[in-house]
Ligand binder design. Structure first.
Ligand SMILES: *Cc1c(COP(=O)(O)O)cnc(C)c1O
Length: 495
């Protein structure tokens, strides 16, 4: 059976999976959603015997129905290979009463790798299937993490080039070093004299530049996007929720069929939406616990049914969750509105014009699977320190937001259903915040001194991703004015 995708804002705009991946975003800013969520066809007992790659195939084949078995397995095997520092791909570790699903063993030690390791292969395959002859040029503006994960994913993937723009003085020294040392003949990294918004605006302008598109086409190129609302990033994220349930059942943490809870540190709402899809596929998830930092727009939404981004933007120690517009929430809104695209479009119009919208009581009643929690900066640091002192385990700031939110949930509800916490980054990625939480005296040390100290106190080895950049040569030197972005792209493409 062929699964069809349609726009959250227009029932008449449909696409196959490969078309949706190629296109990224539907017209009028709609997002592609599957017209139904397929049910798992393999029993949990069998999934429990499978490798991560095998589970990935069983899940993804149900969503990407126009990919052949060979194509999909090829994508999966190229993505989840020894780029990951453990053959388990996503180890599950018990910390206190909860199970941490470690999504940070890929090449950039954050959970974005779970999707960005496979997206390049899905894109190239989708291009082939749709007779796209052009080379795919990925154009990205980044505030730090996504850029590196996309570079690592696309490096040396045949048929692609990747160009990343970042604000020259707007990313951390480690983030910059990670990007400018990127290897790969097809990778281009450019610092701009401006902030992230300037980079983003410049990229968006190029995406909608019809003249540029023609010139590129004539030279055999076309743009595509590795943006987090691409369905090709969402589907691979469903896999690890299915995988973790099967593993917990295999280890008899729970009996097959018994529920688990899932706790997700949330920003753009992609990761937790994947857990929701896993539930619709048949994984017995009781509660989806959505953890926010002090930018708690989602917590307020689950409390009140009002989504309101009119508030101060707070810079926190969990920067990947510092978001006031959670783009992927639109897919949930569409679903709880009974897949009513007109209603969804109306609410998104309210968001665009007033910065807020209110869902109906009927829609709110469809949110019973979700619980919102939030964690302050002080609580985040306390959670890291307390857990380290009690167990010796060191977690990163994003995971700490979720772990503290989970403790709060258990205190409020006494719901002791086995819980999986999505652990989205290695503590080595946010070393300074993590070490300061354990002891503020660490703040006087340099970044790499802190890395070594973290290794010592946690008894873990420094990940390759960090070790590499200590000595790696800088390969990308280009810095340009924000007005020169187009010229730089043309230079790279020789047009
Ligand atoms: C992107 C990110 C998140 C947020 O995930 P969403 O899918 O955007 O909700 C959380 N933690 C880390 C470390 C991330 O990089």
């Amino acid at each position: 059976m062929n699964l069809i995708y349609k726009s959250t804002r227009n029932d008449n705009e449909t696409a196959t999976a490969s078309q949706a991946i190629l296109k990224g975003l539907a017209n009028n800013s709609g997002l592609f959603v599957p017209t139904e969520i397929p049910k798992l066809t393999v029993p949990v007992k069998k999934l429990a015997q499978m490798s991560y790659q095998e589970v990935a195939y069983e899940v993804m084949k149900l969503f990407l129905t126009d990919f052949t078995e060979e194509e999909l397995k090829d994508c999966i095997n190229h993505a989840y290979d020894d780029k990951f520092d453990t053959p388990e791909i996503v180890p599950i570790v018990k910390v206190g009463d909860a199970y941490h699903l470690q999504l940070f063993h890929g090449s950039t030690i954050a959970f974005k790798d779970m999707a960005l390791s496979i997206l390049p292969y899905l894109l190239v395959t989708a291009a082939k299937k749709n007779d796209v002859k052009n080379e795919i040029v990925i154009l990205t503006a980044t505030s730090g993490d996504t850029g590196k994960a996309a570079l690592a994913g696309f490096a040396d993937v045949p048929g692609t080039k990747i160009i990343v723009f970042y604000p020259k003085d707007g990313v951390s020294p480690i983030q910059e070093k990670q990007m400018v040392t990127q290897k790969g003949e097809n990778t281009y990294v450019i610092g701009i004299k401006g902030n992230f918004d300037d980079a983003q605006t410049g990229v968006k302008k190029m995406f909608s530049d019809a003249v540029l598109a023609e010139e590129m086409d004539a030279a055999g190129y076309q743009f595509s996007s590795a943006n987090s609302i691409n369905i090709g990033r969402l589907v691979p994220q469903i896999v690890y929720y299915v995988y973790s349930y099967a593993k917990l059942a295999a280890e008899q943490v729970l009996a097959d069929g018994d529920p688990m809870n899932v706790v997700v540190p949330t920003g753009n709402f992609g990761n937790i939406l994947a857990a929701y899809y896993a539930k619709q596929m048949g994984i017995p998830i009781r509660k989806l616990i959505c953890a926010s930092n002090e930018n708690k727009v989602l917590f307020d939404f689950f409390q009140t049914g009002i989504y309101d981004k009119n508030r101060d933007f707070i810079l926190t120690s969990s920067p990947s969750m510092d978001i006031l517009i959670s783009s992927n929430l639109e897919r949930l809104i569409h679903k709880i509105a009974g897949s009513n695209a007109d209603k969804c479009a109306e609410l998104m119009q309210d968001l665009a014009s007033e910065g807020k919208y209110t869902i109906t009581d009927e829609m709110k009643a469809n949110l019973a699977d979700f619980v919102g929690v939030y964690t302050t900066e002080a609580e985040t640091a306390e959670e890291i320190k307390k857990t380290y002192e009690e167990t010796g385990y060191v977690m990163d700031t994003h995971t700490a937001v979720a772990a503290h939110g989970y403790d709060q949930y258990v205190a409020d509800t006494a719901d002791h259903t086995p819980a999986v916490i999505a652990s989205t980054a290695s503590p080595y990625k946010f070393t300074r915040s993590v070490m300061n939480a354990i002891d503020p005296a660490y703040d006087s040390q340099t970044d790499f001194e802190l890395v070594d100290e973290l290794s010592k106190i946690s008894g873990t080895t420094v990940p390759n991703a960090i070790e590499e950049i200590r000595t790696a040569p800088v390969l990308h030197h280009t810095v340009c004015a924000k007005e020169e972005m187009l010229a730089e792209v043309k230079k790279i493409l020789g047009i």
